[in-house]
Design a binder for this molecule. Sequence first.
Ligand code: B12
Length: 149
Amino acid sequence: MTVSPARAKHTLITGVIGSDTHIVGNRILSMALEDAGYQVVALGALTPAEDFIKAAIETAADAIMVSSLYGQGELDCRGFRDLCVEAGLPDILLYVGGNLVVGKQDWEDVERRFLEMGFDRAFPPGTRTGDVIERLDREFAARADGPAR
Ligand code: B12
């Protein structure tokens, strides 16, 4: 992955939401984002939704990247976009990834539910960090070009 100077302008908040202690993938993701040139504020495991938003406000972040592995992602993430809106961050980019629901469920259905909750993208188990970085690059480039997403 090449380091692009444009990425240094963007701050990303990462963390594992709720009572979830699965930190490994989130740490790998955070390091990969940092190595690619993004500014990363890594909140770690066991992070309440409100703390992601507080950190995003304090650092004027461009995106929040939520991890959830233990199966309770749907409960923990419900209302996340509403909290962002209430905090004055209606358009902040919201990604969620990991092992989002209990057991194996049809991915298209899982993805639809998270998009309906207000996440801009949901990523399935096994997502590669390179794919996330490519997606972020495209998203930020599109946002710089105009309001349409
Ligand atoms: C290691 C592990 C543990 C360790 C965690 C150690 C630690 N502190 O991290 C311990 C033993 C503590 C543990 C505990 C539990 N675990 Co566990 N654990 C695992 C295991 C084996 C590996 C997870 C891992 O590290 N993967 C490696 C990393 C690199 O991959 P990753 O996390 O998926 O992350 C990658 C991508 O998903 C992506 N990604 C991750 N986050 C995000 C976010 C965004 C925005 C994006 C874009 C991408 C992205 O990028 C990462 C890098 O490529 C998985 C099974 C598995 N094979 O996945 C079960 C698993 C996650 N655990 C599970 C469960 C149920 C539990 C417990 C509830 C068990 C229990 N009854 O106590 C507890 C939960 C405790 C808690 N409160 O969190 C289940 C979850 C089931 C579900 N979702 O339906 C799994 C899937 C096992 C299973 N098949 O049942 N676990």
